[in-house]
Ligand binder design. Sequence first.
Ligand code: SAH
Ligand code: SF4
Length: 347
Amino acid sequence: MAASLIYDSRLSELTTLLALWDEPGYRATQVWQGLYQHFWDSPEQFTNLPVHLRQKLAGEFCFAPLHPVTILTSSDHQTVKTLFNLMDGQAIETVLMHYKERRTICISTQVGCAMGCVFCATGQMGFKRNLSSGEIVAQVLYYARLFREEGAGITNVVVMGMGEPFHNYENTMEAVDRLNDTDGFSLGARRFTVSTVGLIPAILRFTREKRQINLAISLHAADDTLRASMLPINNAYPIDDLLAACHDYVRTTRRRITFEWALVNGINDTPEQAHLLAGKLKGLLCHVNAIPLNPTKGYSGEATTKSHANAFKQILNGYHIPCTIRLRRGIDIQAGCGQLASNEINK
Ligand code: SAH
Ligand code: SF4
């Protein structure tokens, strides 16, 4: 029988298990702190535990589920992308972005994605499986371990890697809550941003659960015809319904929402789309994060031009809607969502 993944366990579950093994109550806390404060990833490192317990843990659990197979560093050394093999041989990728004092990790929640957005390398792969909460957590711990060697830490986590986090809602939120735990990894909820393609029922649930995590919505188009041609999920959840859910989120949480927009030349970077978008976002506490399209093999669209991107931003700003044009960082290492994994698979 394959060992289960230790990062899939909650502290309460470890506590129950260790009590069953007749261990004193404080042992579970020692294990927890070893995993989430020291980032140990092999039982031998737990030298504060008796040898018999280390051996028992080694027999019961896997401590190292991610095997790095390809590591790419951008020419400016600010972006590092790692392709990991999982225990069943599937592949995911995780990206680290250095920006001033920030060290942000972009994590995956699924192998592939079922949402089929036409411009997205992960969407073009199709859906393979959900990641477990432990596989999501392990991506963050992997980088935390590397940073520890440099005496630094992770400052932010964005759930914008492969997969649709709200299509794997429970495992994603379990992972965030585990990393959030003040007795463990203790990264504040406000340091997390979760991005969704716009699954309305999950957005409503997320709103009700009132976590302090930042929410980003992949909008990409301001009318249903265009959006459905880019994001098929729009057929199930059209723009106005999606924006009603966003209004509800902002009203309930009083938090600003981010809209993501991959600027595709001549498609959604036009003045018409910018004006239409401004009308749709009227009265909503929000910010538009636009990024030139990262071209992918399966999609003929091209990145916007500098002048189109600036004009788009100026129009939104004219309506007092904040908009930033993000740089395509790490373009030389295929840092776009899913691009490295799909290249490995298509080789
Ligand atoms: N599934 C979630 C999160 C992962 S994708 C979502 O769609 O929101 C993270 C962001 O990258 C999304 O806004 C997505 O639309 C965007 N994206 C995907 N492929 C891209 C590409 N080729 N160029 C630019 N942005 C892309
Ligand atoms: Fe999935 Fe997001 Fe890619 Fe769409 S953009 S296919 S939702 S990962």
